[in-house]
Design a protein around this ligand. Structure first.
Ligand code: GBH
Length: 486
């Protein structure tokens, strides 16, 4: 059961690393500069008018392509151990393939990495955080099995280019969002909206692409470069609405998280059996000649199993679940396969994002579940954070971080092997479909100023003090008039 919230200072485990994260499309801007080609997010924001809130785009975003020195200065102000950022495939390989490496794009990442290392801030690099080359999307993107090779070729290039200095690699950020929202629904590029079909094909190809990159690193780079490589999965916590829903909540977890986690982290590998059974049964009732969930062959199961040095966990919030049946005539639909739906009670404290309620005990439960189900793997929390409107005084964000870090410390005390914690985000950035309306930053970004001026929020002072003292202190009140110093 979840622990009671304790309003007392706690010492942070000495080995635990602290960082902050961003992703390329959300911060870089310079969408067509210096040889960069078009990604699926460039395409949807330019072709579908106002697909993003306020008709915003990431064309300029935080302009980090030009402001990266300021970004590193902020990392130094905060005293981060590491910074997680992602590479833009179309900036490094404008044709999508390694036939042409874009020197200027490479130079940008070299500059960023070298600037960080000057100050002993370790890079944690995500190879793919949602900005697929549009050309590959035209060929089917993550539903084309050739993407396994395309992604592996791209991974080889970045290991060769940056692996001498990068010791933490994340292959792919949140396959559930890529496949579920981008291919199953239309809440993310490429807006494919083919639920219960494209999302499952995407899932298989993403797993194989990830595993290929892992084995490539393992076989050809690890010895010389000595880094670690894993995947980041998004796992909300799903709590049964009532005692009658205990089983349905577990079914829901296996669909939402287990589809990706079970093949990589479980002892037997493969998709979870409940997922295979439910999709196969409904597919058959609908008249499909085979399950809409593609099979993993015995060789593929072996290949994917164990292909991660750590469990990268992105966690934000918790949902309740309840059984909900859909008529068999209903079009193919992921949630109809599950026969369970999630919701969040109105009484729960909300953030400024409508999907994000503050439920710290869910963080404890998700960490406990990972420990128990997957034999206590090393966990890197690669994202955790809170949405607010504009404004520098963000006491609600401070409260969120304190309570969630407290829940994480409970899980660590109970044996979870958490090695790193990453705040999302270093600074405000393009929050995908919500544009610049929802702010996740420790630093506020002024989108009216040409240089996208960054200013520390109150939460930045609190995060800094926690890292400096290595103590989670509920009562620390920063004096913001003193300013941020390195
Ligand atoms: C992560 O996604 C991402 O890795 C990161 O890029 C992102 O900025 C951050 O979290 C905050 O969202 O508006 O109802 O359609 C977490 C998963 C993806 C969940 C977008 C909410 C929109 C839901 N989030 N999704 S809705």
């Amino acid at each position: 059961d979840s622990r009671e919230f304790r309003n007392e200072s706690r010492i942070l485990p000495p080995h635990l690393l602290f960082g902050a994260a961003t992703a390329a499309y959300q911060i870089e801007g310079a969408w067509n500069e210096d040889g960069k080609s078009e990604s699926i997010w460039d395409r949807v924001t330019h072709m579908v008018p106002c697909v993003i809130a306020n008709c915003d785009t990431g064309d300029v975003a935080d302009d980090s392509y030009h402001q990266y020195k300021r970004d590193v200065e902020m990392m130094r102000e905060l005293g981060l151990d590491f910074y997680r950022f992602s590479l833009s495939w179309t900036r490094i390989l404008p044709t999508s393939f390694p036939d042409h490496i874009n020197e200027k794009g490479v130079q940008y990442y070299n500059n960023l990495i070298n600037e960080m290392l000057k100050y002993n801030i370790q890079p944690m690099v995500t190879i793919y955080h949602w900005d697929l080359p549009q050309k590959l999307q035209d060929l089917g993107g993550w539903t084309n099995p050739h993407i396994v090779d395309w992604f592996t070729d791209y991974s080889r290039v970045v290991f060769q280019l940056f692996g001498d200095r990068v010791k933490y690699w994340v292959t792919i950020n949140e396959p559930r969002e890529v496949c579920g929202q981008g291919y199953g629904m239309q809440t993310m590029a490429p807006l494919l909206n083919y639920s219960g079909y494209a999302d499952y094909i995407c899932a298989k190809n993403i797993l194989l692409a990830h595993a290929n990159a892992y084995h490539l690193y393992n076989d050809e780079f690890r010895e010389a470069q000595g880094g670690q490589i894993g995947i980041s999965l998004s796992a909300h916590w799903y709590e049964p609405e009532s005692e009658n829903e205990v089983e349905s909540a577990e079914v829901f977890r296996q669909f939402e998280v287990g589809i990706y986690a079970n093949p990589i982290f479980s002892k037997l590998g493969d998709f979870p059996s409940v997922v295979k059974e439910k999709v196969a049964a409904r597919s058959q009732m609908q008249g499909f000649p085979r399950s809409r969930l593609p099979e993993l062959t015995p060789e593929e199961i072996e290949f994917v199993k164990g292909s991660s040095d750590f469990f990268g966990l992105n966690h934000y919030t918790t949902f309740l679940t309840y059984v909900s049946k859909f008529p068999i005539q209903y079009p193919t639909f992921y949630y109809a396969d599950i026969e369970v739906l999630p919701y969040q009670p109105d009484e729960w404290n909300s953030s400024y994002s409508k999907w994000m309620k503050v439920v710290p005990w869910g963080f404890y439960k998700v960490l406990t579940k990972i420990r128990e189900e997957y034999n206590n793997p090393p966990v890197f929390i690669t994202e955790n954070g809170y949405a607010s409107p504009r404004g520098l005084i963000d006491d609600d964000r401070i409260d969120f971080y304190r309570k969630y870090i407290n829940a994480m410390l409970d899980a660590i005390e109970d044996g979870s092997d958490v090695r790193a914690y990453t705040a999302w985000s270093l600074m405000d950035n393009l929050e995908w479909m919500s544009g610049y309306t929802e702010r996740f930053g420790l630093y506020e970004v002024d989108y009216e100023s040409p240089e996208r001026t960054r200013t520390p929020r109150k939460s930045a002072y609190v995060y800094k003090e926690m890292l400096r003292t290595r103590v989670l202190d509920y009562h620390y009140e920063p004096d913001m008039s003193l300013g941020m110093h390195i």
